[in-house]
Design a protein around this ligand. Structure first.
Ligand SMILES: Cc1cc2nc3c(=O)[nH]c(=O)nc-3n(C[C@H](O)[C@H](O)[C@H](O)COP(=O)(O)O)c2cc1C
Length: 291
């Protein structure tokens, strides 16, 4: 009789101990912010694009983009730097929604989850940039075989989504606003980067302006490198009528366009070899009598 009670008490104690251990574990995990598993299960070594990640969700005027990938099977950083070129000739083909997702993430997406820091460095993490994307008719393909509705979309880095702010195909008009540059209308998409200067000048005064210009350069280079990694072609555009571009993307009063970045499927992919670069350097060294 006594031994039966003892077994019962022992079992009860074990159950209580397991319960306490579980609660302590949960509390410590939360406090230390130990790795939280993503909602969608993704393999660590991604080759291509996994099905779970391809989901595109439409909610009213908002498109929840596929989650950003950190792929290990693409170009190395040095290859992307070497193969980056301003590419202005594109074939008449759409880019995919996964490629759009990667490009926007590289431009201004989240890469740190404690404070919501972004892929682009920012003076005092003031993040003055606002990202729009102009999509032409049948220029972004969806998994379903459909294409993304043409229009102007605004990127929200925090939810990694784009919101349709203006429906219609504005590629032709954007090209005109960019002093008729052909590649703007022939591209699959144009990313328009605007700046809200006050976010940075509020903290740094006049000096904040130069910080904003530096930051837009970082974002532009990120797009170039991501496009190269995706075998796409890109060119940054600085020549355009500010007010016209602003009205095309329906920007807020305090959002000022600084860059248009045209992106498309390139007619030719640029490659260069180490030997080619070494031969060039040698010829310059010879010219200067250094070797
Ligand atoms: C601030 C800035 C503005 C630019 N504006 C234009 C432009 O309006 N149109 C264009 O076709 N290229 C433009 N470019 C791209 C340059 O022409 C290009 O970077 C340069 O020719 C060097 O070629 P690469 O980018 O292939 O190295 C611009 C580049 C920068 C950095």
């Amino acid at each position: 009789m006594v031994s039966r009670y003892m077994v019962l008490i022992a079992v009860l104690l074990i159950v209580i101990a397991i319960g306490i251990a579980t609660i302590v574990n949960i509390v410590i995990t939360r406090l230390l912010d130990v790795e939280r598993k993503p909602v969608v299960n993704r393999s660590k070594d991604v080759v291509g694009v996994g099905i779970a990640n391809m989901t595109v969700i439409f909610k009213d005027n908002i498109v929840l983009l596929p989650y950003p990938r950190i792929r290990r099977d693409v170009l190395s950083t040095e290859e992307a730097i070497a193969y980056r070129r301003s590419i202005r000739d594109y074939v008449d083909m759409p880019i995919s929604i996964e490629q759009l997702s990667q490009l926007l993430w590289a431009t201004y997406g989240i890469s740190e989850t404690r404070w919501g820091l972004k892929t682009t460095p920012s003076a005092g993490a003031t993040y003055p940039l606002e990202i729009y994307v102009v999509v032409g008719e049948k220029r972004v393909s969806l998994l379903s075989g459909d294409t993304l509705q043409p229009g102007v979309y605004k990127y929200d880095p925090y939810t990694h989504s784009v919101r349709l702010v203006r429906a219609g195909d504005f590629m032709e008009e954007l090209s005109k606003a960019a002093v008729n540059q052909r590649w703007v209308r022939e591209a699959a998409i144009n990313i328009v980067i605007c700046a809200v200067y006050e976010r940075t000048t509020r903290v740094y005064g006049e000096r904040g302006y130069r910080y904003v210009y530096m930051e837009v350069g970082h974002a532009g280079q990120n797009i170039y490198l991501e496009a190269t990694a995706l075998n796409l072609g890109a060119v940054v555009i600085g020549a355009f009528y500010d007010d016209w571009v602003k009205s095309i993307v329906n920007a807020e009063e305090n959002e000022h366009p600084l860059y248009i970045v045209s992106i498309g499927v390139p007619r030719e992919i640029y490659r260069v070899s180490e030997d080619e670069i070494a031969r060039y350097i040698d010829s310059k060294r010879r010219e200067r009598g250094l070797i």
